[in-house]
Design a protein around this ligand. Structure first.
Ligand SMILES: *Cc1c(COP(=O)(O)O)cnc(C)c1O
Length: 394
């Protein structure tokens, strides 16, 4: 069998992640591999942890990347914080809340679910009522930015309610970190995890994580060991902790961490608030163009995520065919709907390096042209000019 090097096609990634990776980050990956206990590497790790604290807006000492994708960040929180028998209230308004429930069960806990429709934010009143019915609950878990629906939930309000009922909080910030306001300390969130490939625009495979002292106390007070060797924070911290000598736990993904470091340097250079503003501006430009094409956003305005736009597919349009055309003709990837939203929405991501003017214009131009060929949509030139005028507002 003849084999050759793999050359990926050139794509523009405007789906639910991974996002486009900046060339600076790709070139960081190609730097020479050094030992994961090399003093130069350890110094880079210390800087990486500080850059992550800045991105999460926290002073938590325990702030570091887990050497595995966002799902492992989720699992790290649950296996460490849930003890067998713990009651955990899980808010579910999309795919990722459902996975949290699964994590609670596998960690030996008892989930109590607060369900909201896919496309709605988590309802704080329902959470409050549920906690009143379950005064023995120990934890509350929810997703900040539901990537399956494009919905933002109100983290500070949900955290306040949880704390009033003496519960710790686990917050999924995989899609929010770097893309929309996230204030771990000001909001009091106790355990928060994210992912490298969404609004940080790094390659997939790393999960930034932060936990405050209260959460760590629960981990330290466990009666039985964490039911995962790899994700046991008591062991991982021996390698990642700031002072003293570092014990070998696993071989850090050295080059992947160069890339995460580079992505955080870029975020630092831009400024996190500027990055949030950029995501918002590009979202508004995309929205203006989509509306001129006669398309509608599914989520109500107050709950919309700028980095993930759920667009209602117009009647009579073949979802899979249209997405295939975008990929074949323009190298443009947009996301399909999941679960009950399959065939009903497209998910257009504007995450990290993908959130830029040229991607907004490419997407509107490509979508407008493809829809027109199917006898749908609106005036593509007008849609581009509406988007362009939002982009040129200061
Ligand atoms: C992408 C995503 C995850 C999972 O991250 P992976 O890197 O795919 O494991 C978890 N939660 C949310 C909200 C996500 O968008």
């Amino acid at each position: 069998m003849p084999v050759s090097s793999f050359q990926p096609p050139v794509r523009t990634l405007m789906g639910p992640g991974p996002a486009d990776v900046h060339p600076r980050i790709l070139s960081a990956l190609a730097r020479p591999t050094i030992g994961h206990l090399d003093p130069a590497f350890v110094a880079m790790m210390d800087e990486l942890k500080q850059l992550l604290r800045d991105a999460f807006r926290t002073r938590n000492a325990l702030t570091m990347p887990i050497s595995a994708p966002g799902s492992a960040g989720m699992e790290t929180c649950f296996v460490n914080l849930v003890e067998p028998g713990d009651k955990v209230v899980v808010c579910i308004n999309g795919v990722f809340g459902g996975r949290m429930k699964e994590n609670v069960i596998r960690a030996g806990g008892t989930p109590v679910c607060v369900e909201d429709a896919w496309g709605d934010a988590v309802d704080p009143d329902k959470l409050d009522e549920t906690l009143k019915l379950h005064p023995d609950a120990k934890l509350v878990a929810f997703v900040h930015a539901e990537t399956s629906t494009g919905v933002a939930s109100d983290v500070p309000t949900l955290v306040d309610i949880a704390h009033r009922h003496d519960c710790l909080t686990i917050v999924d910030a995989v899609t929010s970190l770097g893309g929309s306001p996230l204030e771990v300390d000001a909001w009091g969130a106790d355990a928060v995890y994210a992912g490298s490939q969404k609004c940080l625009s790094c390659t997939p495979g790393l999960a930034p994580l932060t936990m405050n002292e209260r959460a760590l106390e629960k981990v330290r007070a466990r009666q039985e060991p964490v039911r995962s060797w790899f994700l046991d924070l008591n062991l991982v911290l021996g390698y990642w902790s700031g002072s003293g000598k570092r014990a070998y736990h696993h071989t850090a993904p050295v080059n992947a961490l160069y890339a995460l470091h580079e992505s955080l340097v870029m975020l630092h250079e831009e400024g996190i608030e500027q990055a949030w503003a950029r995501h918002r501006r590009n979202h508004l430009a995309l929205k203006a163009g989509l509306e001129a094409l006669g398309l509608e956003l599914m989520v109500k305005e107050a709950d919309r995520l700028p980095q993930l736009n759920a667009v209602t597919i117009p009647g009579g349009i073949d979802d899979a065919l249209l997405r295939k055309q975008l990929l074949d003709l323009y190298g443009l990837e947009i996301g399909a709907g999941l679960g009950p939203l399959a065939g009903r929405i497209w998910r257009i991501g504007l995450m990290g390096y993908s959130s830029r003017a040229q991607n907004v214009l490419l997407c509107i131009g490509a979508l407008g042209t493809a829809l027109k060929a199917l006898g749908a949509g609106g005036d593509t030139g007008e849609a581009l000019s509406r988007a362009q005028s939002v982009l040129s507002e200061v």
